[in-house]
Design a protein around this ligand. Structure first.
Ligand SMILES: [Zn+2]
Length: 123
């Protein structure tokens, strides 16, 4: 295969970069990379955004095959899609290193206003 006649491959890469090309989506991917999985209510509380907005961004990530979901009763948890997780972490880290940006970590403790099991463990 050569570069000149591999448009299909570049199209797939473009689809990936388009899905990544949004600050909130990058924040969500970073949170999922650190926390393993999170429900919409948790992401909404942590990011301080409206829930429909967060759901919309999750939909884009899901359609791009970057995240998938796990259902537990009434809860739906989002996580990095298994086979893409390591590559995605590397890609995010590499892009930050290129730009000389610091490594960011999530705040510790429960997210204010979140009622998910992670933030409000059952007694
Ligand atoms: Zn929570």
């Amino acid at each position: 295969m050569n570069i000149a006649n591999s448009r299909q491959i570049y199209q797939q890469q473009t689809t990936l970069f388009k899905a990544l090309a949004h600050p909130t989506r990058l924040q969500i991917l970073d949170l999922l990379a650190h926390e393993g999985e999170a429900c919409v209510c948790h992401l909404t509380a942590v990011l301080g955004k409206r829930q429909p907005y967060v759901s919309q961004q999750l939909m884009v990530l899901r359609e791009a095959g970057l995240v998938d979901t796990r259902e537990d009763g009434l809860m739906v948890y989002y996580r990095l899609r298994g086979e893409h997780g390591p590559g995605l972490r590397d890609l995010l880290a590499a892009s930050r290193a290129m730009l000389g940006l610091p490594v960011l970590v999530p705040a510790t403790g429960p997210a204010p206003g979140c009622t998910c099991p992670k933030c409000r463990p059952t007694p």
